[in-house]
Design a protein around this ligand. Structure first.
Ligand SMILES: [Zn+2]
Length: 235
């Protein structure tokens, strides 16, 4: 068992766990889903407005129908009465009333035309909104599924890393692990460096010959004279 290797693997695992956790908090799948949900909300708001306007138009249309039907009935009654009347003045007065009724019916027909046009326009808008809703709902389902799968896979990865980490910590001398832990806290999660050529991989600084000589004469795991991180001199 190689302690220096274990230490470097522990460092890599800790960085991987950190990266995965950050990713979990910031998944692009989650932002895409949020985007769709905002669109769904906005569409629902518009659809509610369209439905309300449509309801008003239906009510107005029904009222026009009722008014027209009442006027038609009334005209029918006057016509029936006229057929039995012989009083010329009465017939004339009834005919004047029939004219007024005809004008009112004409006016209702005229108003109803714009109601019909508005109903048509709103129904088209409603149908279009329903189509958009269907496609947004389908997209949401896909994204939700993608997000769940991604979260699941990242969580499994983190769990596997954590298990491997536990085994490594078990293998390391407790004192070294404690030094690593403190060094990580002091150096933004990178507690251990590697001597690569003449440089410490932790701080990237090229060491002086005298510093290198001291390190090479010493232990496999030492300290970087510059950044003070744990330094794996040789594996
Ligand atoms: Zn260093």
């Amino acid at each position: 068992m190689n302690t220096a290797n274990d230490l470097l693997e522990l460092q890599q695992i800790d960085l991987d766990i950190l990266r995965n956790r950050k990713l979990l908090d910031n998944l692009p799948e989650a932002s895409n889903l949020q985007l769709i949900r905002n669109q769904q909300k906005e569409l629902a708001r518009k659809t509610t407005k369209i439905t309300g306007l449509l309801k008003d138009q239906y009510i107005e249309s029904d009222e026009n129908d009722q008014k027209k039907s009442a006027l038609t009935t009334k005209a029918q009654e006057i016509n029936n009465a006229n057929a039995t009347l012989s009083d010329y003045r009465l017939i004339q007065s009834n005919n004047a009333e029939l004219d007024r009724i005809a004008k009112r019916v004409e006016k209702i027909d005229f108003l109803q035309k714009s109601v019909d046009a508005e109903i048509l326009r709103l129904e088209e808008l409603r149908d279009k909104s329903n189509q958009i809703k269907e496609s947004l709902d389908a997209r949401e389902a896909v994204l939700l599924n993608e997000l769940k799968e991604r979260v699941e896979s990242l969580k499994t990865e983190v769990a596997n890393l954590a298990a491997r980490r536990e085994a490594l910590v078990e293998q390391l001398p407790p004192d070294l692990y404690e030094q690593y832990r403190i060094s990580c806290k002091q150096h933004a999660h990178i507690g251990v460096g590697k001597l690569e050529g003449r440089s410490c991989s932790g701080c990237g600084v090229e060491l002086q010959q005298s510093q290198l000589d001291i390190l090479r004469r010493g232990e496999d795991i030492s300290r970087c004279p510059v950044c003070k991180r744990l330094l794996v001199v040789r594996k």
